[in-house]
Design a protein around this ligand. Structure first.
Ligand code: SF4
Length: 109
């Protein structure tokens, strides 16, 4: 299952963590929701492949620890999403379609 590109309509904004918005539902440590706005990562799909960290030309992503999550114990957090240049490389390389980038989703910055 890929990230829902309409998460802003379909999910509730629960707060912020690691510098980005958190879209629920969440029930840590097993369920962590979607993180970010312009660059959004579904933490419940991310399996810490790392291609997005390696390929992003402007270093948007940072690892964060997520001990106890069933998919992986680290996640690619879009910490510096305001730097995104919309190249879509991360979207293309993610093996589980956990990332959605939408140039129109910038209203929170
Ligand atoms: S779209 Fe490009 S610049 Fe933006 S986060 Fe993904 S890889 Fe980085």
């Amino acid at each position: 299952m890929a990230i829902d590109p309409n998460f802003e309509e379909n999910r509730e904004l629960e707060g912020r963590e690691h510098g980005v918005d958190v879209w629920g539902p969440t029930e840590p440590p097993e369920q962590l929701g979607i993180r970010g706005v312009h660059v959004a990562v579904d933490f419940d799909i991310c399996l810490s492949d790392g291609a997005c960290l390696e390929d992003c030309p402007v270093d948007v992503f940072e690892w964060v620890d997520t001990p106890g999550h069933p998919e992986s114990e680290i996640k690619a957090n879009p910490t510096h999403e305001e730097q995104c240049i919309d190249c879509m490389l991360c979207v293309d390389v993610c093996p589980v379609d956990a990332i959605d980038v939408d140039p129109g989703r910038t209203d929170r910055f």
